[in-house]
Design a protein around this ligand. Structure first.
Ligand code: NAP
Length: 259
């Protein structure tokens, strides 16, 4: 299917690895020029070069922390008016509800709620002027069904979800869509870190921990970054203009819910 995106320009945040990279690759395959971001310059440049070579699109990089005001300003100075914005950042660490302090919440809110909101605030006016735009926020299945150890993530992402529910309905008339893509367990460094948490807590091997977590998914495996990227690219495509303010699970059936 031609996604109708050739020549469009996208910012993909936190995209040197994992789900963000999956989105960047799928958009590049559809002919989208990219601004990629991550904190580690070397990995970011390696990813950018691999994408340039594979897809022949223009890829610029901005090595910075997207959760800071300076980082966001740097990214926006390179591309202030993207057609497409994919919001992403690292997820907060797991822990116990009784241990988190106000600082922990503030960090999570900045990373997973306020950063995407501020990036939308700056880019939506350009999309509205142009009469076309796409925003996809990478959130989590924890928005639909809370994950007890990820209370910081549950809280921050719920805030972003509420913002998107209201804002997406105010910009849809201008041809701009905002949707959230909710990953379940995917084979990335983040998933490995969470597997490691199970290893530590239960004193089992990494393989056992992965098997245990995969057994909780009806698809009986982790998702791939390619599958996730393809879903993101479809939401950005010309075919998805009537999908507005949705929270789309990409979780192999992992969230046990009727709707
Ligand atoms: P990942 O494999 O660890 O990749 C994270 C990427 O983001 C890397 O490129 C990393 O590069 C970059 N990054 C992290 N913090 C950043 C920051 N502050 N500023 C700029 N770039 C940053 O993670 P992932 O599995 O793709 O997860 C992406 C998001 O989806 C996270 O919020 C995660 O919580 C959520 N999620 C993931 C899963 C899953 O199973 N994978 C499930 C549910 C939700 P640098 O470290 O160099 O900055």
């Amino acid at each position: 299917m031609d996604l109708g995106l050739k020549g469009k320009k996208a910012i993909v945040c936190a995209s040197s690895k994992g789900l963000g990279r999956g989105c960047a690759e799928a958009l590049a395959a559809a002919g989208v020029d990219l601004v990629l971001n991550a904190r580690t310059a070397s990995t970011l440049e390696e990813t950018a070069e691999a994408i340039r070579t594979a897809h022949g699109v223009n890829v610029q990089t901005v090595a910075c922390d997207i959760t800071t005001e300076e980082g966001r300003a740097e990214v926006l100075s390179v591309l202030p008016d993207p057609d497409i914005l994919v919001n992403n950042a690292g997820g907060p660490p797991p822990g116990l509800w009784s241990d988190w302090k106000i600082d922990d919440f503030e960090k999570a809110l900045h990373a997973n709620m306020l950063t995407p909101i501020m990036l939308m605030k700056h880019t939506l006016p350009h999309m509205i002027d142009r009469g076309w735009g796409r925003v996809v926020n990478i959130t989590s299945q924890s928005v639909k069904a809370p994950i007890p150890a990820l209370g910081l993530s549950n809280s921050a992402r719920a805030g972003l979800t509420g913002y998107v529910a209201g804002t997406s309905r105010q910009v849809a008339e201008y041809g701009v869509t905002i949707n959230n893509l909710l990953p379940g367990m995917h084979a990335t460094d983040r998933a490995q870190a969470l597997d490691g948490g199970v290893v530590k807590a239960q004193g089992i091997t990494m393989e056992e921990a992965q098997k245990q977590r995969q057994a909780t998914i009806p698809a009986r495996r982790y998702g791939t970054t390619q599958e996730f990227g393809a879903a993101c690219a479809f939401l950005c495509s010309v075919h998805a203009g009537f999908i507005v303010g949705q929270n789309i699970l990409h979780d192999g059936g992992g969230t046990n819910a009727t709707i």
